[in-house]
Structures are given as C-alpha cells and as structure tokens.
Design a protein. Structure first.
Length: 147
C-alpha cells in the first residue's frame, strides 16, 4: 500500500473541495415527498444527519439531508447527495461499498472515478477517528434503503 502523501497542490485542492462542500452544502434541507428517511448520529463527535430520499421504481429521484457536524461529515453528505440522484438503489449501495473500501485504505477504490468528488476524502483513511465522520451519511443511506 502506497502511504506517501499526495502532491502538495493536489492535497490543497482536495482540502478546498471539502471546505467548499462544507461551507456551501449541496442538497441540504428537508425533502418534501420523501419515501425513505433515517436519522443517525456519531456520539463520539456530535455529528448528526437526517437523510431523506424519494425513491420511485428503485431509482433515487431526489435526496436531501439535514445535518450538523464537522467538515468531513457534512462534506461527505453533500458530495454523496450529488452522486446519488437518478441512480438505482443497487448502484447507490455499490457506491456505499466503494466509499467504505476507500475509508479502509483501498487504493483502487480511492482512484475510482465513480466516486467523483468523494475521492477528496481518501486522506481521511489515515485518521481512524475521522472515518466514522466520513461514513455517517453512507451508513444513513444503507439504513434508509434496507428492505
């Protein structure tokens, strides 16, 4: 496993991307007509998320979140909601598995373009206490779409 730090300019770009999603979260707010919802929190750091989805014919038509917490959890939620719209539930669960693998240090997952902006969070895998922050929205997704 390559544990060398990313190129400084790339690392700075990733940090700015995370901060942008934290400061200007996408798809934040209540979702009228939600068919699925779940609330989760991380008692260790106080992160909270209420994830709401509108699923029609096994396709995520819309997704929004209400939450508060650290920049990692909120940026992860913002990035996740952008990726999930118009994907099938199985596709969304595959992305959740890829995100989990990336947080466990799987380099191939970290390079997978399907994760989009979420790849900026790959460095979180080096900080075990922050992994739960990044995965909170994804755990909410998994819980929300359970049959």
């Amino acid at each position: 496993m390559d544990t060398s730090p990313p190129e400084p300019r790339l690392s700075a770009l990733y940090q700015e991307l995370i901060l942008d999603h934290y400061r200007r979260p996408r798809n934040k707010g209540a979702l009228d007509g939600a068919t699925h919802s779940v609330s989760l929190n991380n008692p260790l750091c106080g992160d909270e998320i209420d994830l709401q989805l509108r699923v029609d014919d096994d396709v995520i038509r819309d997704v929004r979140f209400i939450g508060r917490g650290c920049s990692i959890s909120q940026a992860s939620a913002s990035m996740m909601t952008q990726l999930l719209k118009d994907r099938t539930v199985p596709q969304a669960l595959t992305l959740a598995a890829q995100m989990n693998a990336m947080m466990q240090g799987d380099e191939s997952a970290a390079k997978d373009k399907a994760l989009g902006d979420l790849r900026a969070l790959a460095g979180v895998s080096k900080f075990p206490v922050r992994i739960k922050c990044a995965l909170l929205p994804w755990n909410a997704l998994t819980d929300a779409v359970k049959p």
